[in-house]
Design a protein around this ligand. Structure first.
Ligand code: SF4
Ligand code: SF4
Length: 465
């Protein structure tokens, strides 16, 4: 897992534990990598003589070219693209991962000799929003491997070719590693793991916001004190690269103790990030994500408990401080996911509910109807889009819905495009993304049953009346 990534979000931890798959955090930034016995990994550390900002980019460029040249020696047409990626015939082979301290630079990469896509998809939480509605087959066709391209190749042959390619490009000879000790004091976002554990503690407010709709990931989690006034801990995760690599740990540390108001936090973001070199994201991306996390604190005004706000998502342009007024306008509808209906219910694949009391949807229907709201069960994405357009035309000012966070990630831009403001509440139980059935869900044929947060839904509807 990359230095700044959230383990739980990237890896199916329980499944890995059951399968005996170890999870390790890299010192370098970037995304998660699945490494098995068919992977050749390489890593080297260099003493840094020049601390100029451009050095990192120049080095990655040289290493990338060296790795690609080494692979070409194997008769495979590998190309280094300047975004830090090596491809074969347009398909991704590997990333060059880097981390820097003021005195050293570490470079590493993991090259698949063979691809075990099935295991990869089962062990990792592949960010399905990045698949952009394409199938797993399409995902597979975007990845390359050495043996998949050129048949049998011995590990030693690959190692020799890589060593030669990198040595020539950098004009160096490899010797024993002597710099590892110098890197010991760097602990890039080890705190991420601790913070996500600490975020489970009750009685405090956890505010989580994710930057959506970008190629790179960024999630900010802030934990406030019992009064919701001061930041007690901060965790910043994502698959970006940052130089110097202690920048994020420094920002996390400096956010602690600040008043949980954007005016108080913004200058610290400026101080900690402005001199840093961030690849893949901008300082503004960090600023907006941190501000959105703080804004989520306002959701308690509509009856949410401290621990519930991070499971509530504003979409379609809704701002948390507009919510009380929009709820009280009473002009809203209630959207419910079909995956919360009993799999054997005759209403599972059609809109409606007989309110037989055998699942949460029945309770939600009763609640909505008692308060004069129009409940709709959403059967598939097309139906959701049509329902949102109809609400817009009918003059509704808001919708309240319930669905999984992965669905929001995937369709965040669609909500913005449609422009119908909405508040979405997360669901409990394994979702179709967790189980790897998102395509079935998209078509409306997912068979698991999820649970609604009925109590929170009840409080929101009560607030409106
Ligand atoms: S409450 Fe409604 S959706 Fe749930 S099982 Fe009964 S009829 Fe089906
Ligand atoms: S995406 Fe899947 S789990 Fe999420 S709300 Fe839709 S059907 Fe349910």
């Amino acid at each position: 897992v990359g230095a700044y990534q959230d383990v739980e979000r990237e890896v199916r931890v329980k499944y890995c534990q059951e399968q005996g798959v170890e999870i390790g955090r890299r010192l370098s930034g970037g995304g998660v990598v699945y490494v098995d016995k068919h992977t050749v990994g390489w890593e080297f550390i260099m003493v840094r003589k020049d601390s100029s900002n451009n050095y990192n980019n120049q080095l990655v460029l040289k290493v990338g070219k060296g790795v690609a040249a080494g692979i070409r020696k194997l008769g495979i047409n590998a190309v280094y693209d300047e975004s830090g990626i090596i491809t074969i015939d347009g398909r991704l082979l590997c990333h060059i991962h880097v981390m820097e301290t003021p005195t050293h630079i570490l470079c590493e990469g993991y090259i698949p000799m063979e691809l075990d896509i099935r295991s990869l998809l089962r062990n990792l939480r592949i960010p399905t929003e990045k698949l952009n509605n394409k199938t797993t087959e399409a995902f597979k066709s975007r990845l390359a491997s050495l043996r998949g391209t050129r048949g049998t190749l011995l590990v030693q042959t690959i190692q020799e070719a890589l060593t030669e390619g990198i040595s020539k490009e950098l004009d160096i000879c490899f010797g024993p590693c002597t710099a590892a000790k110098a890197l010991n004091h760097i602990t890039p976002s080890q705190t991420n793991i601790e913070n996500s554990v600490c975020s489970q503690v009750g009685g405090t407010m956890q505010l989580r916001s994710r930057l959506r709709g970008q190629d790179r990931e960024l999630t900010v989690t802030l934990i406030l004190d019992e009064l919701g006034a001061t930041i007690k801990s901060a965790s910043i995760n994502g698959d970006f690269y940052v130089d110097p690599s202690f920048t994020i740990a420094n920002l996390e540390k400096n956010l602690v103790g600040l008043t949980a108001k954007y005016e108080c936090v913004d200058p610290m973001i400026e101080i900690c990030l402005n001199a840093a070199h961030i690849t893949g994201l901008t300082v503004e991306n960090f600023r907006v994500t941190i501000r959105n996390a703080l804004e989520k604190g306002k959701l308690i005004l509509v009856g949410a408990d401290l621990h519930e706000v991070s499971d509530m998502y504003c979409v379609g342009g809704l701002m948390p401080d507009e919510l009380p007024q929009l709820l009280q306008s009473k002009s809203f509808a209630c959207l419910l996911p079909y995956c919360a209906k009993q799999p054997k219910c005759k209403f599972r694949y059609i809109d409606g509910c007989g309110c037989c009391g055998r699942c949460d949807v029945g309770e939600a229907y009763k609640l909505a109807e008692q308060h004069g709201l129009h409940p709709i069960t959403i059967q598939n994405y097309e139906m959701l889009e049509a329902a949102l357009h109809e609400m817009k035309v009918a003059g509704y000012s808001l919708f309240i819905g319930t669905c999984c966070e992965e669905f929001i990630d995937k369709h965040y831009q669609d909500f913005i495009r449609i422009g119908m403001p909405g508040l979405l509440i997360g669901i409990d139980n394994s979702t179709c993304y967790e189980l790897g059935h998102e395509l079935e869900a998209h078509r409306g044929i997912f068979e698991n049953q999820t649970k609604l947060k009925l109590d929170l839904l009840y409080r929101l509807i009560k607030f409106a009346h």
